[in-house]
Design a binder for this molecule. Structure first.
Ligand code: ATP
Ligand code: MG
Length: 479
């Protein structure tokens, strides 16, 4: 352990902070994520420093002195008593040791100067409350009053105080417990977990933005399903993501059940993780079947059906993104598009894979075609190996065809060679129905392979379609 700590504090920066603290007659500690990640051998470039003595401004004073020494600009947040600066690759945040007391009628704590132990007590989990001394007389000493090291070894998420107090003080910590359990693959200690269940309703006072930050870390984890499962088991899912909670469960009619769409969704999400780091593709996996509860129907002959769930699901995406404080830009559009198209490759592979169907899929998916195929492959969760192999083989065929046809026809970023402007100009038309009909006709003819994707052929077709609409070209000198 000593060797690990020596290495973690090997950068001269730590000695420098300690020397400043010695000179000022205060104590400085590295605390929280940096200490935890040292023992987990996780790379970490954020360092939190607590300064004891010197009042609430004690952290700021040390930061400013460090800033002068290393010639780095210090960002000071006086109302929070914090200061931040960059030193080389490090981002260092300073705070004065504090005691926080919460009252039931307010979300904001009363903050006072505190001892080191007061400061550790206000931390969310024992593994986040460990500190390294940085002063000359205690450099590299581990300060761990709540047994964080034991919990690290047992891989446990546990609150330093009575969990009801910790969670009721700041309910975001319930979400953070689930985030750390997922990210580090730790268990939540049973008393702590029971307190999350008891305090779950208090999540309502927390801003969606703060929750979204934690959820993103869950989505970037090696096995994000764990987080969603814990949200479900704690009762938080209902409260923070009701649309996902509605995917749960199996209904049976005449002995026939459908699959549990929540469990299926989590499998798809975990399936896609090793195939992509792309956060929004992971979101598409989580939301691909979100329209199923609203389209579920029983049919005496067909059994359970979810007709049009991809359409309904894609229409639900903007409201979900708004609620979850996810970006309302092209990233939302991307998820919406993948949800909308997620059945297409399957349908295509079930039929004969015709060139024209492949061209249409290429046209609609554009540059997202490979990621759509990745989503579809992850969507295969059957327990029947033969079936899985057959589906994957079909998709491989679809991928091959997609490549062949793209090389031949360049449909991916296809813009029909005859634009609406050309049509309007040639026939002296304002924007109107006939222009749309001609444009669609040309697009379909190209996608169906009836004419090549070229200007001459498209122009000739425009002339035929216009004649059928009773249009004659206007001569320039008539205008
Ligand atoms: P990471 O940066 O990898 O997400 P972290 O543990 O550094 O993890 P931060 O959000 O950066 O997490 O917080 C730094 C430290 O501040 C934590 O280790 C913890 O000690 C404390 N902390 C953060 N948020 C809270 C909170 N809501 N309640 C109590 N302590 C908190
Ligand atoms: Mg951090």
């Amino acid at each position: 352990m000593e060797a690990t700590i020596r290495k973690a504090l090997g950068d001269p920066l730590f000695r420098r902070i300690g020397a400043i603290a010695d000179r000022r007659g205060v104590q400085a500690y590295a605390i929280g994520g940096y200490v935890r990640d040292t023992f987990l051998l996780r790379p970490c470039t954020d360092i939190d420093i607590v300064v004891v003595g010197g009042g609430t401004g004690g952290g700021i004073a040390v930061a400013e002195e460090l800033g002068r020494e290393v010639r780095s600009r210090v960002n000071v947040f006086r109302n929070f008593g914090t200061a931040m600066l960059r030193v080389g690759e490090w981002e260092v945040e300073f705070v004065g040791a504090r005691r926080e007391s919460y009252r039931a009628d307010s979300r904001k704590p009363i903050v006072e100067d505190g001892t080191m132990e007061d400061d550790q007590r206000r931390r969310d989990f024992t593994i986040n409350a460990m500190a390294f001394g940085l002063n000359g007389d205690n450099f590299g000493e581990l300060v761990d009053p709540f047994g964080g090291m034991e919990d690290m070894e047992a891989q446990l998420i546990r609150t330093p105080l009575d969990p009801d107090t910790t969670f009721s003080d700041d309910p975001l910590r319930m979400v953070r417990a689930i985030r750390f359990a997922t990210q580090l693959d730790f268990r939540i200690e049973p008393e702590t977990f029971a307190a999350i269940r008891r305090n779950r309703e208090r999540i309502g006072i927390i801003s969606r933005e703060r929750i979204a930050t934690e959820v993103e870390k869950i989505m970037r984890s090696p096995r994000p399903s764990k987080g969603w499962r814990l949200f479900d088991e704690s009762g938080l899912l209902e409260l923070i993501f009701p649309q996902l909670a509605r995917l749960k469960g199996v209904e049976t009619v005449r002995g026939r059940g459908h699959k549990d769409n929540f469990l299926h969704t989590l499998k798809v999400l975990d399936n896609i993780v090793p195939r992509t780091d792309h956060l929004w593709l992971r979101w598409a996996a989580l939301l691909h079947d979100i329209g199923k509860p609203r389209t579920k129907a029983w049919d005496d002959r067909a059994g359970w059906t979810f007709h049009g769930h991809e359409v309904v699901g894609s229409k639900m995406i903007p409201a979900i993104f708004r609620e979850q404080k996810l970006p309302m830009d092209e990233r939302m559009k991307y998820v919406q598009k993948l949800v909308f198209l997620h059945l297409r490759p399957i349908i295509l592979s079930e039929d004969e894979v015709t060139d024209s169907a492949v061209r249409r899929l290429l046209f609609e998916a554009g540059d997202d075609i490979d990621e759509l195929m990745t989503l579809c492959e992850a969507d295969i969760t059957s327990g029947n190996d033969a079936k899985v192999r057959r589906y994957l083989a079909n998709f491989a065929l679809v991928r091959r065809k997609l490549k062949e046809i793209e090389e031949k026809d360049h449909i991916r970023n296809f813009q029909p060679p005859i634009t609406g402007e050309i049509i309007m100009e040639t026939y002296g038309l304002p924007p109107c129905r006939a222009v749309g009909v001609i444009k669609e006709g040309i697009k379909n003819a190209i996608l169906d392979g009836e004419i090549p994707n070229e200007y001459e052929a498209a122009y000739a077709l425009m002339e035929r379609l216009a004649a059928a609409e009773g249009l004659a070209p206007c001569r320039r000198d008539e205008q």
